[in-house]
Design a protein around this ligand. Structure first.
Ligand code: FAD
Ligand code: NDP
Length: 500
């Protein structure tokens, strides 16, 4: 509880419900602007019992552990390359230790959890490890781990409750399956793994699991990476397939069944029989796996936070409408994954949170700009993009009004390593009706995230194809390919990789 009431007569000026990416950024910004702020953060265990500390999805069960495991996968690939660069590598002795990876990742996350607590304290933000349930628009009931209940009031509330993974409604899913909430702290090596889903989480996890040497199958019910450029999505899947990931397409799981009693499970994991409907075959498919990972999307956790006391309604995925981060209740706001129709990305939640705090308490008027947000899928062949997918640009502007420039390329690092020449790829989609403004940028290749981030600024400035052409490249890099693109899709010329 705050030591002295805020000037508004409430316990706090602001209570933020959820201490994840958005909630932490917003609460610190509001406190810097002189407000009395409290953050509630509480993690309900996953069906498998996984739980974690302060910081939300990104730091505990999302971006951070995912990127570290991706790095573990890239290092495995680098060992192969190293030999070609003259390192003497004893292949027979190369093995990967899952527990060691999990320990390293957990240690790093533990440090971050601690640093977040310290930084809240330093910014005079009160942190309560308690679950918040609204009683009315100015009152919230907070229940801590020991079931101690405290009632707090505030002038403003911000919903920053994020989301949790969905489970399919099929027998055995919750008992035997895991999700990304469990993946990164799994106490045993995953073994033969089925990943259900075909978007960011599914492909990223399948990518690093394959890279670490696990027999991995992706079960996709329809397309890969819905919403992304489908040429690039298919190229990612093709690369993963060439590197050992198996794909079951047009399939959905029907049931999971344990085929080994728990007590017999020497490895700590169970053998699970999965049966699925196969849209390309006449009869159901079936196989046995050690781990089944559901990555079928997420739902915002709003069903248990007393939305009805606020008169707010969530959609089927638990999300609330909050245009300009304002819900229909005047003193209740929302940021991050809980908002309907916004990208579920950490920097989006952070930026929206900081800007909202500045508008509420700093006299600012700047709104969050959700357009042209750069993003990267950290599959073994990384994919970075900004703006429109080619098919979306065609649908919006008509084929004759867009020009697509594209090129395969071979990163210099891949030459001596004898990696394939025409795997990495970049393309710019330009609007002929608007001075050849670049409306889509896509790159498949190493460090795609680092490359794409920089071009995000160019997008904000409204760069045209001429701006890209006039930009002097940095040689030898992958990124420089964007400055020399001259083959259009319409020309039909071969965009295969060229030499230096
Ligand atoms: P969260 O970070 O989810 O935080 C919400 C917090 O509120 C949680 O701690 C929750 O326990 C708590 N809470 C919920 N209800 C209550 C309540 N009633 N009382 C108290 N506390 C409550 N994004 C990227 O930009 N890059 C990536 O590489 C990336 N990788 C990802 C990988 C995976 C596997 C996943 C699952 C997500 C990834 N994301 C990534 C998405 C990113 O993690 C989210 O967009 C981001 O964390 C959303 O932030 P948030 O503040 O909205 O919510
Ligand atoms: P998404 O909502 O993006 O994708 C869900 C996937 O699961 C789709 O392939 C969907 O198929 C499939 N699916 C849905 N329901 C079922 C079902 N019942 N049975 C089988 N398949 C099903 O979810 P993700 O969990 O991958 O990612 C959530 C969000 O987290 C992303 O939108 C992203 O913003 C964020 N994230 C960001 C990352 C990054 O920045 N690198 C990494 C990971 C996550 P269909 O297309 O047929 O609907």
């Amino acid at each position: 509880m705050a030591e002295t009431p805020s000037t508004t007569g409430y316990d706090y000026d602001l209570i933020v419900v959820g201490g994840g990416s958005g909630g932490l950024a917003l609460s610190k910004q509001a406190a810097k602007l002189g407000k009395r702020v409290c953050v509630l953060d509480f993690v309900k265990p996953s069906p498998q019992g996984s739980t974690w500390g302060l910081g939300g999805t990104c730091v505990n069960v999302g971006c951070i552990p995912k990127k570290l495991m991706h790095q573990a996968c890239l290092l495995g690939e680098a060992i192969e390359d190293a030999e070609k660069f003259g390192w003497e590598v004893e292949k027979a002795n190369i093995k990967h230790d899952w527990s060691k990876l999990v320990m390293g990742v957990s240690d790093h996350i533990g440090g971050l959890n601690f640093a977040y607590r310290v930084s809240l304290r330093e910014n005079n933000v009160t942190y309560l490890n308690a679950y918040g349930v609204f009683k009315d628009a100015h009152t919230i009931e907070c229940t801590d781990k020991k079931r101690k209940v405290t009632t707090l009031t505030a002038e403003h509330f911000v919903l920053a409750v994020g989301g949790r993974p969905k489970y399919p409604d099929i027998p055995g899913a919750r008992e035997l399956g895991i999700t990304s909430d469990d993946m990164f702290s799994l106490p045993y090596a995953p073994g033969k793994t089925l990943v259900v889903g075909a978007s960011y989480v599914a492909l990223e996890c399948a990518g690093f699991l394959t890279g670490l040497g696990y027999d991995t199958t992706v079960m996709a019910r329809s397309i890969f990476l819905r919403g992304f450029d489908q040429q690039c999505a298919e190229q990612i899947a093709a690369y993963m397939s060439e590197h050992g990931t198996k794909f079951l397409r047009r399939c959905v799981p029907l049931s999971l069944e344990r085929i080994e009693p728990e007590a017999d499970s020497a490895t700590g994991r169970h053998r699970i029989r999965v049966t699925w409907e196969d849209g390309l075959a006449n009869e159901p498919g079936s196989d046995v796996f050690d781990t089944v990972l559901f990555a079928i999307g997420r739902e915002a956790v709003t069903s248990t936070i007393g939305l009805e006391a606020l008169g707010l309604k969530a959609n089927a995925s638990g999300k609330v409408d909050a245009p300009l981060e304002q819900t229909s209740v005047p003193n209740v706001f929302a940021i991050g994954d809980v908002i309907n129709g916004r990208p579920e990305l950490t920097p989006v939640a952070i930026q929206a949170g900081r800007l909202l705090a500045k508008r509420l308490y700093g006299g600012a008027t700047t709104q969050m700009d959700y357009a042209n947000i750069p993003t990267t899928v950290f599959t073994p062949l990384e994919y970075g993009c900004i703006g429109m997918a080619e098919e979306d640009a065609i649908a919006l502007y008509k084929e004759e009004n867009i020009e697509v420039f594209h090129q395969y390329f071979q990163p210099l690092e891949w030459t001596v390593a004898h990696r394939p020449a025409s795997t990495c790829y970049c393309k710019l989609i330009c609007n002929k009706l608007d001075n050849m403004r670049v409306i889509g940028l896509h790159i498949l290749g190493p460090n795609a995230g680092e490359i794409t981030q920089g071009y995000g600024v160019a997008f904000r400035l409204g760069a045209t194809k001429d701006d890209f052409d006039m930009t002097v490249g940095i040689h030898p890099t992958c990124s420089e390919n964007f400055t020399t693109l001259d083959i259009t899709r319409a020309s039909g010329l071969d965009p295969g990789a060229k030499g230096c």
